[in-house]
Write a protein that binds this ligand. Structure first.
Ligand code: MN
Ligand code: MN
Length: 458
């Protein structure tokens, strides 16, 4: 007598599996926290009927700022609410940031940020920020790398910006330990000069925000850090690409064979700079940096995402309330920067890449999964996420391509009280989110628990 093989804990039946390379009907079996099998006619102790739905790897958002203190304000979604909203949107892992105070070690700052993140409901990683006062601490980077910070954040703007020599040193230190540099690329000297000139001339409205941060100089900064990274011999990832000028620099680097990757965000794919001309606080709400650009840039970003010139989509989720945004109405440079997108990303990218076709295009569906799930896992170093393969974490999302969803502050679970996509109706929305084998969202109901998310060493 042999014991009968126990059935998997959970089987997702009758769905259409979409991977970064293929689209096919299959069942997905989960045992414990892992995917056990992909196949036909699988049975489980518990079963979910996914008829008519796409079954995809949980999406990964490699660029979010939860509960981030910036100046006088702190971004509105903390780790509990931000990761919960992410889960409702089909995201099962995020990467946030560690910033080290001058007197603090990188490991102490990492531990402090992990304590803040303890309420996360999905898994998370942390980028280690290297600001100017951290350049003297680069000897601590091997320890931070060993503790699971597989990437380092470098700024070319704001108070945390590094000059080119500091960038060289930080990039070399990252290369030494095999951490991926991720970069906010803008030309800060040009920006601060233009802001001062505009304010001095009485040009204080949000209209002047994009006009103080030229697209060409975003491209210039990206090209500069790409060239320094190439000299050092390290890969580099360009954050939040907003314009064709930066796409061109990344595409040129790829054509040279350099290990350069780039991301864009839903706000740059969906919105344009005309929003800054709205009266009152409405014009201030979409202030983010880099800024929204004209429609021609938006269209170039979609083409770059389809062609591979851009590799993935994150959100740079960093919302502030309308009252906080309004504090900068008489000086656009004081508007706290950032918009919420953490819950809408998967559906917005679906709508743009694959959702507008009468019959589903398998290549477009695979590209959607690639840029939201699989490539983010690979680039940001989630070794057991981003694919539906036996032994991988059972992070799985069911996405209903026929579900119509009107985005609004009430329909989302974000806490900013506004959304830049307010009133937009998309066709296609996630219905069920599974994180390490646990169903945490089912048909719009929250089933997860606070603090169930785990830090993932990358
Ligand atoms: Mn940034
Ligand atoms: Mn950011």
């Amino acid at each position: 007598m042999t014991e009968p093989t126990p059935l998997p804990d959970l089987v997702i039946r009758h769905g259409t599996v979409v991977t970064a390379t293929a689209v096919f009907p299959a069942d997905v079996a989960i045992t414990g926290r892992q995917i056990a099998a992909i196949g036909r006619d699988l049975r489980g102790q518990r079963e979910i009927d996914a008829s008519g739905q796409y079954v995809i790897p949980g999406a990964i958002d490699g660029h979010v700022h939860l509960g981030m203190p910036i100046g006088r304000f702190t971004s509105t979604d903390d780790f509990c609410h931000g990761t919960r909203a992410a889960a409702f949107g089909g995201t099962t892992a995020i990467v946030d940031f560690v910033e080290t105070r001058p007197e603090e070690t990188m490991l102490a700052a990492l531990a402090a940020r992990q304590a803040v993140a303890a309420e996360a409901v999905i898994d998370y990683g942390l980028h280690m920020t290297i600001g100017p006062t951290d350049v003297a601490k680069l000897d601590q980077l091997p320890a931070a790398r060993a503790a699971g910070c597989g990437s380092v954040k470098l700024y070319m703007a704001y108070g945390l910006r590094l000059n080119d020599g500091e960038l060289l040193r930080a990039l070399a230190a990252a290369a030494e330990v095999g951490a991926l540099p991720v970069v906010h690329a803008e030309n800060w000297d040009v920006i601060t000069t233009l802001i001062a000139a505009n304010l001095a001339a009485g040009r204080t409205a949000p209209h002047w925000h994009p006009r103080s941060r030229p697209a060409e100089l975003e491209g210039e900064a990206a090209g500069r850090v790409i060239d320094i990274a190439a000299y050092v011999g390290t890969p580099v990832h360009i954050f939040h690409v907003s314009c064709a000028a930066t796409v061109a620099r990344i595409a040129a680097a790829k054509a040279r064979g350099l290990p350069v990757t780039g991301e864009t965000c839903p706000q740059y794919l969906t919105l344009t700079d005309e929003l800054y001309d709205r009266p009152g606080v409405a014009g201030a709400l979409p202030v983010c940096s880099p800024p929204l650009r004209p429609a021609a840039d938006r269209d170039a970003l979609w083409r770059a995402l389809s062609s591979g010139a851009l590799d993935l989509v994150t959100t740079d989720h960093c919302p502030f309330t309308a009252d906080e945004k309004a504090t900068g109405l008489d000086d656009f440079s004081r508007i706290p920067g950032g918009v919420p997108s953490i819950e809408s990303r998967l559906a917005l990218v679906y709508a743009g890449l694959a959702g507008d076709r009468a019959t589903p295009d398998p290549a477009a569906l695979s590209r959607w999964v690639d840029v939201c799930c699989t490539t983010p896992a690979r680039i940001f170093g989630f070794a057991r996420k981003g694919q539906l393969l036996p032994g991988y974490d059972a992070d799985v999302v069911l996405f209903d391509p026929t579900r119509e969803f009107t985005i609004s502050p009430e329909s989302l679970h974000e806490t900013a009280g506004w959304t830049p996509y307010d009133g937009l109706t998309v066709r296609g929305w996630p219905t069920t989110t599974i994180s390490r084998g646990e169903v945490i969202v089912a048909d719009g109901r929250w089933l997860g628990t606070v603090g169930r998310g785990r830090f993932v060493a990358r």
